[in-house]
Design a protein around this ligand. Structure first.
Ligand code: NDP
Length: 269
């Protein structure tokens, strides 16, 4: 059977094996998908050993997405724009890097949450790898504007500058945000990981806004709590996780799985 894996450190908590097992069952594809713990300083070796053992592809998670980008012999446009790789395919000795995180987010927002991004004012909180990875897929949906705000303002400026030729993008400090309202507010910071609140107010949410936290599986998510108090619709990042997995599965197997059943199963309804 063809072998696939998610490579990370830590990786035991990853839901990817469960998701891909369900995709394989649903589509009748014969494959094994496991979680592979890589030493922090041994990512390239882990990948080489996995290929040697018959690996056909891998998802890459924290903290190796940048290393996977360096390792890829060929990179998709999405990977180049993101500056990071979360999906590797090993084909005839060639390592191909792609990035499905951004398309996963956009698909969750548009298809699962039925929210049209076109002509909407988007606020992207954070300027790390995840934020960068979603910029191009968001821009492809022709939003009215994208505003990037980050704790370290220089990184927000850099990110906005990098994509400035492709849409109306600006960078702001958190404390400047109260002056404007946004239709779609995406938390791409790691603040929810530690249960930290962001220094933003309920004022940023426009009427009928959607608030999206890329984090998932946490009981306490201060960003979503704030958005809820503001009357916004709220969504966590589980849908993004499942959608990015489906896109990886499609790259590897040429078959697109139905994401709705696994999302329902994972949400417990
Ligand atoms: P990075 O480490 O690359 O970036 C972290 C970002 O969070 C930076 O912008 C950083 O700001 C900011 N940040 C961290 N802590 C705080 C805090 N306490 N207050 C304010 N800002 C903070 O991480 P990633 O971009 O890779 O990941 C970000 C989040 O997205 C994570 O929670 C991750 O789990 C999630 N994610 C979810 C996915 C999914 O499928 N659902 C896929 C990918 C990521 P600064 O620059 O100032 O340090």
């Amino acid at each position: 059977m063809d072998r696939y894996a998610v490579i990370g450190n830590p990786v035991a908590h990853s839901k990817s094996p469960q998701i891909h097992a369900e995709f394989a069952r649903q589509t009748g594809e014969l494959l094994i998908y496991s979680a592979l713990l890589s030493p922090i300083d041994g990512f390239a070796m882990t990948v080489a050993e996995f290929i040697q053992a018959g690996g056909k592809g891998a998802n890459v998670t924290v903290p190796f997405k940048l290393e996977a980008f360096e390792l890829g012999h060929r990179l998709s446009d999405r990977a180049k724009a993101a500056g990071a790789v979360n999906t590797l395919s090993f084909i005839d000795g060639v390592m191909i890097g792609d990035n499905t995180d951004g398309v996963g987010l956009v698909r969750d927002i548009i298809s699962n949450l039925d929210f049209d991004i076109k002509d909407r004012r988007v606020l992207l909180l954070g300027a790390g790898g995840a934020a960068r990875g979603v910029m191009l897929p968001l821009l492809n949906e022709s939003p009215a504007s994208i505003t990037v705000a980050n704790r370290t303002v220089a990184r927000a400026l850099e990110l906005a500058d990098h994509f400035s030729s492709q849409g109306r993008i600006k960078a702001m400090r958190f404390d400047e945000l109260a002056r404007e309202k946004f239709d779609l507010v995406i938390n791409a910071t790691a603040a929810s990981l530690g249960g930290d609140a962001l220094p933003i107010s309920v004022e940023v949410f426009a009427e009928n806004a959607l608030a999206y936290d890329m984090m998932y599986g946490k009981d306490e998510m201060p960003f979503l709590k704030l958005a809820d108090e503001a009357g916004a619709r709220i969504a966590d990042g589980l849908g993004m996780l499942v959608e990015q997995a489906a896109e990886s599965f499609f790259i590897w197997r040429g078959v697109r799985p139905d994401t709705i059943p696994i999302l329902k199963q994972m949400r417990g309804y």
